[in-house]
Design a binder for this molecule. Structure first.
Ligand code: ATP
Ligand code: MG
Length: 583
């Protein structure tokens, strides 16, 4: 059914999707074909900003819109590739004039303003290292990351600076410059007005030779399982961004793309900035936070054709008793992709019912730098599966032996740790200041992801849970995702987080925290009904024994359910690092 829908939709839109024959493309794929897509720097080497902006600005796409920026209060601005080239050159000159050079860490702490996107490209041009922070972090998480990341400069706004950074200045002695996006004047030699500096800078900047292995981005992970890790990426990661832009996001020259992730997280940089521009396509950025009606309006008014979002946002849309296609014209939308958390099968079905498009799940991590496993537009979807490895990516399910070695599990549908064969271009190059931890991720020729999964006979991978979240109950191993997905099939359930609660008899018992959809109220009767529903669908061994209603589940600021926190609170244990906990 899905296949026919998609085919009809694409025919109407006159789009021929990439990658019709998965097996053939997978077999024949070569990275050197991707390499040939890039121009290389005139001065030698490979630089993200040259490939994403300058080469388009120097050619026929110069006047094409690169960025559509939607301000929180209704403003709308467009920037062409040529403008982006000039503005990012100015920013690179600003950094250079401040004495910042190759390898120096430039942190960003800003809402999604055009200056942020310009700065990102300017940082790459100057061969400095982009270190994105999420603008809603409080002072402590900012301090921790800036100290660990050896911050030399910070781009921010006046209000974020006053509220969060000024009180930290004494504890950041290595910080040389603060650039305030919206300040009219310099405050001191250190705290500067970006506008004044930009005005004095030339809009021409020749990017110095850049090595493909030069460090480009330092990203901190989401902190779902513990203290966030500093993940190091290099310029060559664009091979992966370009390739996944083609095969997963199915970029065509006339596409209008909207990635809802904030650049404080890896999806917001790899796909919210870099990948669409590598393909020379128009990228929509919305400054505002989630709002269902606003989002549907953006999809309609901006004629978005490809939308990359996350399960947490989809579940929020699903909560509403509302028919989007009755109110909005979403006829240009042809592909929805999702990442960040497991996408419950119910969400895929909701997409088909309410948007007349399935939602395509894909899997990757901050460490992998780009999409690794995906449901491609031209391939059948099995709701609940993350899809198949991209061309050039070898994935397997492995078993960890007691002596620390690993074996690949060849038996189909048997759970184990998801592993990747190292060497893909966007693979992280280290954990900052933690080489030991980095080395431990690689065992027996595999990179171990820390996620559990299995593979079916079609070669599709199914997410089971994070290794840390697996529940052992009366001799059974239970993945929280399976239980959560079943609970979500109940009409009252908007979201569920499932943990293993220590139990003297069973080892652990399955406990579910549930938030309800609009129009439902917690009650003893509903609790009993959900327990019965779980038993019927999952069997007594796996079904939750306990259910607790919560208005909202604790989540990371990137929208992931923090099961470790549900568990710590349940057990009365210390909460651990909560720097990324949503306020
Ligand atoms: P930390 O490593 O600090 O605990 P994190 O792992 O949540 O945080 P990210 O790198 O942002 O940080 O997230 C990657 C993780 O998100 C994956 O390892 C996986 O557990 C989960 N994830 C991402 N996409 C999917 C998906 N499509 N299905 C299931 N899980 C996913
Ligand atoms: Mg992780």
């Amino acid at each position: 059914m899905k296949k026919q829908w998609i085919e009809k939709r694409l025919e109407d839109l006159k789009v021929c999707p990439h990658l019709i024959d998965y097996e053939k493309t997978y077999k024949e794929f070569q990275w050197k074909e991707v390499a040939s897509q890039f121009e290389g720097l005139p001065s030698g080497g490979l630089n993200i900003a040259h490939e994403a902006i300058d080469r388009h600005a120097n050619g026929p796409l110069a006047q094409k819109t690169a960025l559509v920026w939607l301000g929180e209060d209704g403003q709308r601005r467009e920037f062409t590739f040529e403008q982006m080239k000039k503005e990012s050159a100015r920013f690179a000159n600003v950094l250079h004039s401040l004495g910042l050079s190759k390898g120096d860490r430039v942190f960003t702490l800003s809402t999604r303003l055009p200056e942020l996107y310009i700065a990102v490209m300017g940082i790459f041009k100057n061969r400095s290292v982009l270190c994105p922070l999420f603008s809603q972090f409080g002072p402590e998480p900012i301090l921790q990351r800036m100290v660990r990341g050896d911050a030399k400069a910070l781009l921010t706004t006046k209000s974020l600076f006053e509220k969060k950074v000024r009180p930290l200045l004494d504890r950041l002695p290595q910080l040389e410059a603060v650039l305030l996006i919206d300040a009219q004047e310099d405050e001191s030699d250190k705290v500067r007005s970006l506008a004044c500096l930009m005005e004095k800078s030339s809009d021409v900047f020749e990017i110095p030779p850049t090595g493909p292995e030069d460090m480009s981005i330092l990203h901190f992970t989401s902190g779902t399982t513990g203290m966030p890790k500093g993940v190091v990426h290099v310029h060559k990661a664009i091979y992966m961004h370009w390739m996944s832009g083609k095969y997963v996001l199915d970029f065509h020259p006339d596409d209008i793309f909207w990635c809802t992730a904030d650049p404080g997280w890896v999806t917001g940089t790899s796909y919210g900035i870099i990948a669409p521009w590598l393909h020379g396509i128009t990228n929509v950025v919305d400054e505002a936070e989630f709002d269902a009606q606003r989002w549907y309006r953006i999809l309609q008014n901006e004629k978005v054709s490809i939308w990359y979002t996350a399960p947490t946002a989809i579940r929020r849309l699903m909560r509403l008793d509302f028919d989007p296609l009755k109110e909005y014209d979403l006829s240009k939308l042809r592909l929805i992709q999702s990442v960040g958390e497991p996408l419950n099968p119910e969400a895929v079905v909701w997409g088909m019912e309410k948007l007349k498009l399935p939602i395509h799940d894909n899997w990757w991590q901050t460490e992998t730098g780009g999409i690794m496993i995906a449901n491609l537009i031209s391939q059948p979807i099995f709701p609940g599966s993350m899809g198949r490895p991209l061309p050039g990516i070898e994935a397997a399910v492995v078993h960890k032996n007691d002596d620390g070695s690993v074996n690949e599990i060849t038996e189909l549908c048997k759970e184990g740790e998801l592993a990747l064969k190292p060497g893909w271009p966007s693979m992280f190059r280290t954990y900052l200041h933690d080489e030991e931890r980095y080395a431990k991720c690689f065992v027996g020729g595999w990179y171990l992801t820390g996620d559990l999964a299995y593979k079916d006979k079609e070669g599709y991978f199914w997410f089971v849970g994070r290794a840390d979240d697996i529940i052992k109950t009366s001799g059974h191993m239970v993945g929280p995702f399976e239980v959560e997905s079943v609970l979500m099939e109940h009409p009252s359930v908007a979201e569920a987080g499932v943990i293993g609660k220590s139990d003297p008899v069973a080892g652990q018992v399955v406990k579910a925290f549930v938030s309800l959809k609009e129009g439902y109220e917690p009650s003893e009767e509903l609790r009993r009904e959900l327990i019965g529903f779980g038993r019927k669908k999952l069997g007594v061994a796996i079904a939750p024994k306990e259910i607790e209603f919560e208005i909202n589940l604790p989540k990371t600021r990137s929208g992931k359910i923090m099961r470790r926190l549900l568990k710590a609170r349940e057990m009365g244990l210390p909460e651990g690092d909560i720097s990324t906990l949503e306020a």
